[in-house]
Design a protein around this ligand. Sequence first.
Ligand code: F6P
Length: 328
Amino acid sequence: MSKAIKKIAVLTSGGDSPGMNAAIRSVVRTCAYHNVDCVGVYRGYEGLIEGDFKNMDARSVKGIINKGGTILKSARSKEFRTKEGRQKAHENLQKAGIDGLVVVGGDGSFTGALIFNQEFGFPVMGIPGTIDNDIVGTSHTLGFDTALNTVVDAIDKIRDTASSHNRLFFIEVMGRDVGHIALNTGIAGGAEEILIPEEDLGLERLVESLNKSRKTGKTSSIVIVAEGDKIGKNIFELKEYVDENMEGYDVRVSVLGHMQRGGAPSCFDRVLASRMGVKAVESMLNGETNYMVGLINSKMELTPLDNAIKGKTKINLELLRVSDIMST
Ligand code: F6P
């Protein structure tokens, strides 16, 4: 039988995302509800290696559900990738009498958690927090919904100036390997074209399609480009290509960047974070560890961490079709 869990640590790791604070709050308060001690770890795995811990009770997390970023701070730790680093982390956890670890982060953070579990048999649990929505085992990662709203707001504003000047705008959005932000915000922001890593439109077809739109009477256009788009050119080279191969459009580029990761979490992300924290802690207390919590068909479910890491999210083909029809 596995050892009873009496003290849980929580950390946030990798790129921050709106809703991480709400998840910390939920983990801490669920521990308090079940009379389990809770410890916050600063700067992700870096803090685990340095023993940078803080005891947390229900009151330590007041006033944070509406805050972007993470009060525990985040990092991408190089040292945790080494056996020595993980050894130090394990010693610190043991010294502090911690029995289980909740990791809020993306697939890189979960890979670290799983290796740590395999090496030391230490119970871990993942809460998916990344704006990219690129984790298998949940329809939504924490921060995705907020980032979508932030991006749509930016597109709306850019469209005002684009249409005033009859301009074509290329807008780059985040998504290192996936096009979920681009596809959803492109549809919601009425983009003429959406370029995502999962689909190679090709430069000629892009120009062809923009020319077609012009002929139907469009005087300005928005093209959403996912950061990881594989069309072969970065967004500035794309602009140059269109400048050289299309008549009459004044082309501009806007890279939205890290503003997409900040801001107050949406209602959806706050509720999701609260549900995920409860599920993560209660599952651990029930002896279920080495899983990731996620939203599947509106329910909180567990996916083995291994599967969450190995799987690759798929782009929604129906959304692709909708975007094609909408840009007619
Ligand atoms: O993983 C989330 C993400 O926001 C990606 O979309 C982006 O490519 C990356 O993080 C940026 O990372 P950094 O903050 O290290 O520049």
